[in-house]
Design a binder for this molecule. Structure first.
Ligand SMILES: Cc1cc2nc3c(=O)[nH]c(=O)nc-3n(C[C@H](O)[C@H](O)[C@H](O)COP(=O)(O)OP(=O)(O)OC[C@H]3O[C@@H](n4cnc5c(N)ncnc54)[C@H](O)[C@@H]3O)c2cc1C
Length: 301
């Protein structure tokens, strides 16, 4: 047990917003998850460094949350501190060489709009992915044949010991839905991107087309965390799940989407356990019928 009260007093002196017993269902796109002992929204790098120091001092476990759009939080919640990057971590600017540098807490949609406003092309595929830049780099998010690694120049992170480190793209071990951060769990604070000069109308046209495709294929009217599984090589998850007769399968309020078999949706009151049970059912059925072992893409806290 950690000295909760003492730590809390220290956090409240920093440039942070601190909430106690905060339901994580308020912070995940699945709308699922029990309470986090502490939920700390951090506004500045100085406050982040102090926060890490205090967490280490009191041996408090912590987890860095992006926009919670690839995340399933257990019903019992999280015994520790969930950190969220806010304010200064949402800044974005253009360098003299027309590269974009932004805080890791900014949304991908803001990054896309900034690129569009500056007539820079290459980030359009991220339009419609409901994550933050930090979460997208951690996951090496991608869509429509592109990945965020295609446009990254470098990232800056803070280690669990409070050191600030810059990595260039080649040091980030970026591959399909993977980055070095999946191993180190360091906190990405900012990212630099390189795009190409283009025409604003053309960029808008690409973004509009991609969002149309998303709306027609994905169940965006229900809470979810996007594709539950990674794409197995040579196959599409949605097709495999459909061919195994699992579309529409329901456990509690968790349901395999009728619109896209790769999505599990929350019909209203799904628990984390409902989703985990459905994931296991999908995995075992698909393995039995096809010999393919599906690997979850979503993270479980
Ligand atoms: C409707 C819908 C559609 C989606 N479509 C796509 C898609 O087309 N392509 C795709 O790739 N994904 C898609 N996703 C999944 C999700 O949006 C992405 O994986 C996104 O990149 C996750 O970002 P996040 O900020 O929400 O991260 P979170 O879900 O909050 O966190 C994911 C992981 O990243 C880590 N993390 C977050 N921020 C940081 C940081 N600053 N430093 C270190 N670690 C961090 C977290 O600790 C966690 O382990 C979709 C999700 C939904 C709900």
């Amino acid at each position: 047990m950690y000295n909760y009260k003492k730590a809390l007093n220290l956090f409240e002196k920093l440039d942070c917003i601190v909430l106690k017993d905060e339901p994580m269902s308020n912070h995940t796109s699945f709308k699922i998850g029990g309470p986090a002992d502490l939920f700390i929204e951090i506004n500045t790098e100085a406050a982040l460094l102090e926060t890490i120091k205090i967490l280490n001092e009191f041996s408090i476990l912590f987890f860095l949350l992006g926009n919670g759009s690839n995340l399933l939080v257990r019903d019992v919640g999280f015994k520790g501190a969930v950190l969220k990057l806010s304010k200064n971590f949402k800044n974005i600017r253009l360098t003299e060489r027309k590269k974009i540098i932004c805080g890791a807490g900014i949304s991908l949609s803001k990054l896309c709009l900034f690129a569009e406003n500056n007539a820079l092309s290459g980030a359009e595929f991220l339009w419609g992915i409901p994550g933050t830049v930090g979460g997208a780099v951690f996951m090496n998010a991608g869509a429509y044949g592109r990945e965020i690694k295609d446009i990254i120049v470098s990232s800056v992170h803070i280690t669990k010991q409070g050191e600030k480190v810059e990595l260039n793209k080649n040091q980030m071990d970026l591959s399909y839905r993977h980055s070095i951060y999946s191993k180190t769990k360091d906190i990405i604070t900012s990212v630099e991107f390189e795009l190409v000069e283009s025409n604003q109308l053309h960029i808008r046209e690409i973004m509009d087309n991609l969002i149309k495709q998303r709306k027609s294929k994905q169940p965006l009217d229900y809470p979810s965390a996007g594709s539950v599984f990674k794409r197995p090589s040579g196959n599409f998850v949605g097709t495999l799940i459909e061919e195994c007769g699992l579309k529409g399968k329901t456990i509690g309020d968790a349901k395999v989407s009728e619109k896209h078999g790769g999505f599990i949706v929350n019909l209203g009151n799904a628990t984390c356990q409902n989703v985990l049970d459905l994931i296991e059912l999908i995995k075992s059925t698909v393995f039995e019928k096809t010999g393919i072992l599906l690997e979850p893409e979503i993270k479980v806290l």
